[in-house]
Write a protein that binds this ligand. Sequence first.
Ligand SMILES: [Zn+2]
Length: 300
Amino acid sequence: MMTPEHSTMLVVGAEVQTPFAILCISANYTIRAQAFVGVLGLRHMHVVYDVPHSLNRKNNSTNSPGAVRTRTGSNPETAGGSESEESMPKQSMLQTKRCPRCRLLADQGSAPGYCTAHHTLWQHERRAVVAWAHWALATRNVVLLDTETTGLDNEAEVLELALLSTQGEVLFDTLIRPQGPIPAAATAVHQIDASAVAHAPTFGAVYPRLVALLRKRFVIVYNAAYDRRILDQTCARYGLPPVRPAAWHCAMLEYAKFTGVWNAAKQDYTWHKLQGGDHSALGDCRATLATIAWMAEANG
Ligand SMILES: [Zn+2]
């Protein structure tokens, strides 16, 4: 497939049927094309690749092999959503995809559908994630943490806690008997009920060991904000100071950046559920480690 870097482009005003227009050879062709459309005050534009073919207007049929590939787009300054995408051939619809971050035309080579500028930005961010994954696997005082809890609200407590080294060594793995009840909805997620924790230690009993294990450690959690909050409020229940490792890192945010799917409503990368987790604290630590190892193996 022809890449933007090698394509010659012809911009044609859609409201004027004859091509009066502009030829350019450009890597950032969509931006330039939109700039031209803006300058000319056109409502729509047609971008025609393979200009030497398009000069032979008799061959300008989208059904014939080697046909001119066209792209139609609205001028973002003046468009009122009047273009009928339903009436377009599928090929044209693909080519009018817009970047979810800025609404400029998407780069055809961008898997998440970004414009050229945002695709480049995402690639830089993705490389940083790969570097972070390498750092996590190679640094001795990094540990993975996961908890199972009695719920999601501000009364929820830690019910199970595990720590795993990035070499896969289990540093800590215990059930914890909570002060409050375990709602059935929570048990449905992790299968831990009151009978399972009847003889387990309380959070207060495991706290000194936990503090010692996390001291001067870099702690990675899949959704760190959630586990930190539940840990903090469990500490508060027992009148204990919050556990304070050297730093917290969130593998979920790194994985979201790595996959690069944009959430337009949140204006952020889409968060994903932990792949391969089993809703046990240790199982989810292992799944987080596998996710980090998988990202580290990617071509940066
Ligand atoms: Zn963009």
